[in-house]
Design a protein around this ligand. Structure first.
Ligand SMILES: [Zn+2]
Ligand SMILES: [Zn+2]
Length: 309
């Protein structure tokens, strides 16, 4: 994958992180994405503000073209980030470096105060969350952890990967988790590749898609194996697939009951992909089912999955 930094040719592109416009003639960061239609391959770029990319995905700068367009400040920020990422494989910010700008960041901080799980008001609705006060001697911020099953103690150091940052109502920085946020306690994750989504080489996945577990939003999808409908609210596994149409291949999805998916000839590869994308919420709601499935898989697949479940 080739990434490049260039001056925006127009003001029509929007940043894929903050969704704001990128002004013409200002540097933008392009992540290459390749998609196929029939036999043809197309390359396009997903554009980002340099600042948003530095906060969100500094590792992407390593092999990027056009680094000379960075300002001296951005260059030194990048150098600082690289130094940090050498030790852990992932770059984590200190709490005092956070600006409260909306977006995803990785943060490292100490837990000073921890309130037990309770209902908190968040953006006009009530949700179960643990409220943590985290930070260092220079600054403390509030962190809302929506996965209330996570065991965290006062004095722990938390490494939050992919935490959402925002301004709180009081004007301070507010951090909150989402299903993709990963919380590591006392040790930063040692290998970045363990956290990446597994993409099977065996499956003919359409680009940028992987098998995943989810909860059926309606009862319309039929299971590919037993042909029975998957009831609304039931867990299911979706496998992205190519669908042949008279006008060429288009991207679609095949759905399975979790247990039925085990009888598919690609079950092991499908499960590897889906387990690597598990969300804390899906785990907490379907732990028994996932355990049953795990036990029916081959030993190598079980070993692979244990990084995720
Ligand atoms: Zn942006
Ligand atoms: Zn079925």
């Amino acid at each position: 994958m080739v990434s490049k930094i260039e001056l925006a040719k127009s003001n029509r592109s929007t940043c894929k992180i903050c969704n704001q416009k990128i002004e013409k003639d200002t540097p933008r960061f392009g992540l290459e994405s390749v998609f196929k239609r029939g036999e043809d391959e197309f390359t396009s770029y997903k554009w980002h503000h340099i600042e948003c990319m530095l906060k969100n995905n500094p590792d992407a700068f390593i092999n990027a073209e056009g680094l000379d367009l960075l300002t001296p400040e951005q260059e030194s920020e990048l150098a600082k980030l690289k130094e940090k990422s050498l030790s852990s494989g992932v770059s984590f910010f200190e709490v005092e470096d956070l600006t409260g700008e909306e977006g995803k960041v990785n943060v490292q901080a100490k837990v000073f105060r921890l309130l037990p799980a309770r209902e908190v008001e968040f953006r006009g609705s009530f949700v179960d969350a643990k409220t943590l006060q985290i930070g260092n001697s220079a600054r403390r911020v509030k962190f809302l952890l929506f996965d209330t099953n996570q065991e965290i103690k006062k004095g722990d150091t938390v490494y939050l990967k992919g935490v959402l940052s925002d301004l709180s109502e009081e004007g301070g920085v507010l951090l909150y988790s989402d299903p993709d946020t990963k919380v590591y306690l006392n040790e930063p994750p040692s290998e970045e590749n363990k956290l990446q989504i597994y993409v099977s080489a065996e499956l003919d996945n359409p680009p940028n898609t992987t098998c995943e577990f989810s909860v059926a939003k309606s009862s319309r999808a039929k299971c590919f194996v037993c042909k029975e409908p998957i009831q609304k609210g039931e867990p299911k596994l979706s496998k992205p697939s190519w669908i042949e149409t008279p006008r060429g291949k288009i991207v679609g999805n095949v759905s399975y009951h979790l247990e039925c998916a085990l009888s598919d000839s690609d079950s092991e590869e499908m499960m590897k992909e889906a387990f690597s994308k598990l969300t804390p919420q899906f785990i907490s709601e379907n732990a028994d089912m996932l355990q049953t499935i795990k036990e029916k898989l081959s030993k190598p697949t079980q070993t692979f999955i244990s990084d995720y479940f």
